[in-house]
Design a protein around this ligand. Structure first.
Ligand SMILES: C[C@H]1O[C@@H](n2cnc3c(N)ncnc32)[C@H](O)[C@@H]1O
Ligand SMILES: [Zn+2]
Length: 439
């Protein structure tokens, strides 16, 4: 294959440097990034412009790693603004699940494109999703150029037959996609303890081992869930999962709002990874996750938006700010989760949460070229002589991103999305939701 080069010239690079034990955000000014095909070939201040296919002028811009959203349901962009101001139980049972029953592959595809479009525009290059109609979501990932870690959301409601069909559907997708697509990875996605039988969870663990995949699950999101699980199992959620041998370093648990100290110890012991979703947790009034305690214990915490129907957007910059502010006010300690740590959570820690830290999550030579550029001429990213990391986390937002690169491909340049037809997707989404509501 012929090499395709892109040079980002004279830019400020802000990135964690992954030394495997601790991360450390570093700032390099006036440097250049050479991308060869899908990877970062060189970062230095004297790269020749000779024989370069594409040069991006980085003057006045900041390069940071493409953000990684570790808990999404991207097709739920269709349901944005449809079921607001509810708590989780009623939101799911009375509103979301009945609407999802009317979905089909085509609607899901349109919703996925809409969600991915929003992510490209706001600087997310990798997302970890749980939903249905995975072939259609995978098609949207392929076409758009982002990186997708997808899991089919298994729900058996403690029914034997349903368990078998759910596991079969998941394994079919795992076999169909894994190892065949550079930007798509399939994991197992048992929805939660309150929707999945013990047998399903145990079989999921065995299958994840067999096919070498990760596991994505909702955990301990509401107080009601904890009470219900305790009544059914006589245990707290993580104690239950440990007892049935479900836990491991390949488990990514979304939410984890309601944890006791024993469960935090179990999480640490089993090296379970966390996806913290502060906006969704606040909007559904679920509670405040003990992120200060988790990070104090060196547990890997990443950030997720959850679906657009409980957030209500996919802008990970907002998630970064809320994650920090929520812990500060909850602990009355302004030093908790400073901007540098938050940026790590949205990049290198998220890569670790997905077991992809050797490939993505930082701007370093040899890694995949997943890079976003922010323009410091935006009023909210100045004064530039002050802390740029602070600006990114506390005052920036996704629409400060002007260029999004994933796997070496430019998905958006100067705010123009290249791989998708933005206006067409918005139009189709509006039409689709209108159709769904009329049906
Ligand atoms: C994969 C399944 O997860 C559901 N889903 C979306 N958001 C949440 C949440 N915060 N908690 C639990 N389930 C959720 C989707 O609506 C879909 O039914
Ligand atoms: Zn969710």
């Amino acid at each position: 294959m012929e090499t395709k080069n892109t040079l980002i010239k004279n830019i400020t690079v802000i990135s964690p440097v992954n030394n495997n034990i601790t991360n450390n955000v570093q700032i390099k000014k006036g440097t250049s990034i050479l991308i060869e095909n899908d990877r970062i070939a060189e970062i230095s201040s004297n790269i020749s412009e000779n024989a370069i296919d594409k040069v991006i002028n980085g003057n006045g811009k900041i390069a940071i790693p493409g953000l990684i959203n570790t808990h999404t349901h991207v097709p739920m962009n269709l349901f944005r603004g449809l079921a607001d101001d509810l708590e989780l139980d009623s939101w799911l049972n009375d509103h979301i699940w009945p609407m999802e029953a009317n979905l089909n592959g085509e609607f899901t595809y349109i919703g996925a494109l809409h969600g991915i479009l929003e992510m490209i525009k706001t600087g997310t290059t990798t997302f970890n999703d749980m939903y249905f109609y995975l072939n259609d979501i995978a098609k949207a990932v392929e076409e758009s150029g982002v990186r997708g870690v997808l899991s089919y959301g298994m729900i058996d409601f403690f029914d034997d037959e349903k368990r078998k069909t759910e596991l079969k559907e998941s394994t079919k997708t795992v076999k169909e996609f894994n190892g065949k697509y550079d930007r798509i990875k399939i994991n197992y996605g048992p929805h939660s303890i309150y929707t999945c039988s013990k047998e399903l969870l145990i079989e999921t663990r065995a299958l994840a081992n067999k096919y070498n995949t990760g596991i994505h699950i909702h955990m301990s999101e509401t107080k009601k869930e904890i009470d219900d699980v305790y009544e059914a199992q006589g245990k707290h959620p993580f104690e239950y999962l440990e007892e049935i041998g479900f836990l491991g370093e390949d488990v990514l648990a979304a939410h984890c709002v309601w944890l006791n100290n024993k469960e935090i110890a179990i999480i640490k012991e089993n090296n379970v990874k966390i996806s913290h979703n502060p906006c969704s947790n606040m909007k559904l009034a679920s509670g405040i996750a003990p992120i200060d305690k988790l990070t104090e214990n060196n547990i890997c915490v990443s950030l997720g938006t959850d679906g657009a129907s409980s957030n209500n957007n996919l802008d990970l910059f907002e998630e970064m700010k809320f994650a920090s502010l929520l812990q500060k006010v909850n602990t009355f300690n302004p030093e908790v989760l400073p901007a540098g740590k938050i940026l790590e959570m949205a990049t290198i820690d998220a890569a670790k949460a997905l077991g992809m830290e050797n490939e993505i999550g930082s701007i370093e030579e040899g890694k995949k070229a997943d890079i976003i550029l922010l323009d410091t001429s935006n009023v909210n990213l100045t004064p530039t002589v002050n802390s740029l990391i602070s600006h990114i986390v506390y005052s920036g937002n996704g629409y400060n991103v002007d260029t999004t690169i994933c796997n070496g491909e430019i998905l958006m340049e100067d705010k123009e999305v290249k791989t998708l037809n933005e206006q067409e997707i918005i139009k189709k989404t509006n039409e689709t939701v209108k159709l769904m509501k009329e049906a």
